[in-house]
Design a protein around this ligand. Structure first.
Ligand SMILES: *Cc1c(COP(=O)(O)O)cnc(C)c1O
Ligand SMILES: [Zn+2]
Length: 467
């Protein structure tokens, strides 16, 4: 390939390359996942990371205001002026001193990256900017995704704002948080509810989009992952270009973790960083395929020649046992992650570890993130619960700098929050107790009082009801 950017199969025994303008969900030769790759020596790449600061003064250019395209030099698959943006990536890294004691690290060591502050309320907007830029390049008119909620909200929003494509979303019949579904409906996406779960919807959307020529924006789309690399570039930017010790991220379809590994590998290859941080990928116990394969069965990247028979056996057993993903953290309720192989590469590049955390750990962590301000949805809190676990195990040191990625906004799933705070017992039983959340130690219970001024004043004055 002589172009400065191209697509390439990640299977080292294949490695076939394709032009940027081609559309594949996987390698047509071997079925492997595709990367967007670059001939960096044909491109002008900044010599040091703080060279990116020169773009801060260009906020009148929409692509420079974008927290994704501000880093276009590190994802230059089309010229800057052709990049699609809805204002994504204006997100915040907070030194979360209020949450550090809960996690168990020293006060100034914990950072939370609030990707819920994106326009549609989750990190998916970073990737959608990449996918839409490619979709526009290839002239796509319709775009589809299977979604546990946030991808569809993001897709629908990008369609509504840019009018470049029309959205078709596939959802399963299980849990989908209404905060997310309401966005897709409001933005006008065609919504197809399949009688099955997310893994079924994911399989179907790939068939349907192939047959009907609809552009697929799930994270098998390598251009989406290019956009998601920017989450890590912004983390570095906000740490004044210092590399932290740990990145902790929830794992669902494993697009984010795959993108992060690629981001750091490229930065390292370009000589822009000396050290690569470690990564911890956190599953929910009810959807812990990655955890079991990696930590229990010893699956690893092995230079791209990972043990496919091990994976196949695992999936066959899962099918035979009729095991379905189940967790309150609906955004990571996924048992067959499409980016598994890319994620194995990330685990090698970033010397990663995988853990799974219970519903109880997720919701306790979520309440602590909320108590620290801003808040997040349940799946996002898996990262904080996982960090806490790894500190307790001694894997993460108390003095190490830890960045937990909060993937989605607190208002995406208010049911889980209200149930945890025991707003009403029936809701708590239905949403949480049934799932094994038997305690709510951080609940901020509302108090009820008669409509009588003395009683109300007594209640307001009383200590101990508020955390
Ligand atoms: C999509 C999503 C995830 C899972 O990310 P993957 O890249 O699929 O692993 C986690 N949290 C939230 C809020 C999400 O929307
Ligand atoms: Zn291939």
């Amino acid at each position: 390939m002589t172009d400065s950017a191209f697509q390439q199969c990640i299977n080292p025994d294949c490695g076939k390359a394709f032009g940027i303008e081609e559309i594949y969900h996987s390698c047509p030769q071997c079925g492997g996942l595709l990367d967007v790759s670059y001939n960096w020596n044909r491109l002008a790449v900044p010599k040091k990371l703080n060279d990116f600061e020169k773009y801060w003064s260009k906020r009148d250019v929409p692509q420079r205001l974008s927290g994704v395209w501000r880093f276009h030099d590190l994802m230059p698959f089309v010229p800057l002026e052709q990049c699609v943006t809805t204002g994504e990536g204006q997100t915040l890294l907070q030194n979360a001193n209020g949450v550090a004691p809960f996690v168990g690290v020293r006060e100034s060591s914990l950072f939370l990256q609030y990707e819920g502050l994106n326009p549609s309320g989750s990190f998916k907007d970073n990737g959608m900017a990449g996918a839409f830029t490619h979709g526009k390049l290839v002239g796509a008119k319709q775009a589809a995704c299977a979604s546990t909620g946030n991808t569809s909200a993001s897709l629908a929003m990008f369609c509504a704002i840019t009018k470049l494509m029309k959205a078709v979303i596939f959802i399963g019949s299980g849990k989908i948080a209404y905060g997310k579904l309401s966005q897709a409906l409001d933005y006008g996406a065609k919504t197809v509810q399949i009688e099955g779960d997310f893994d079924d919807a994911m399989a179907r959307v790939q068939e349907v989009s192939k047959q009907l020529g609809i552009y697929l924006v799930n994270s098998v789309n390598p251009f989406r992952l290019e956009g998601q690399k920017s989450i890590m570039f912004r983390v570095l930017e906000q740490l004044r270009w210092e590399v932290p010790d740990w990145i902790v991220v929830p794992g669902g379809n494993l697009g984010n973790s795959s993108a992060f590994g690629k981001a750091f590998l490229e930065l390292h290859q370009l000589g822009l960083i000396k050290k690569i941080p470690r990564i911890a990928i956190i599953n929910a116990t009810g959807a812990n395929t990655l955890y079991r394969l990696v930590e229990q069965d010893g699956l690893c990247w092995n230079g791209g020649r990972y043990d496919k028979s091990l994976v196949k056996r695992f999936y066959d057993e899962m099918t035979a046992a009729g095991r379905r993903a189940s967790t309150i953290a609906s955004a990571i309720e996924i048992n067959r992650p499409v980016n598994l192989s890319k994620c194995l590469r990330t685990l090698e590049v970033m010397k990663g570890v995988v853990r799974d955390v219970s519903e109880q750990e997720i919701l306790d962590a979520k309440s602590q993130v909320g108590a620290g301000g801003f808040g997040c949805e349940p799946a996002s809190a898996a990262s904080v619960a996982g960090a806490k676990r790894l500190v307790a195990e001694g894997v993460i040191g108390r003095d190490e700098r830890v960045v937990c990625v909060l993937t989605g906004h607190q208002l995406k799933d208010p049911d889980a929050t209200v149930a945890y705070h025991r707003m009403d017992e029936a809701l708590y039983e239905k949403y949480l107790k049934k799932r094994g959340v038997t305690e709510t130690p951080y609940a901020n219970r509302p108090v009820t009082v008669a409509n009588h001024i003395d009683a109300i004043i007594d209640t307001v004055k009383k200590d101990g009801e508020q955390r």
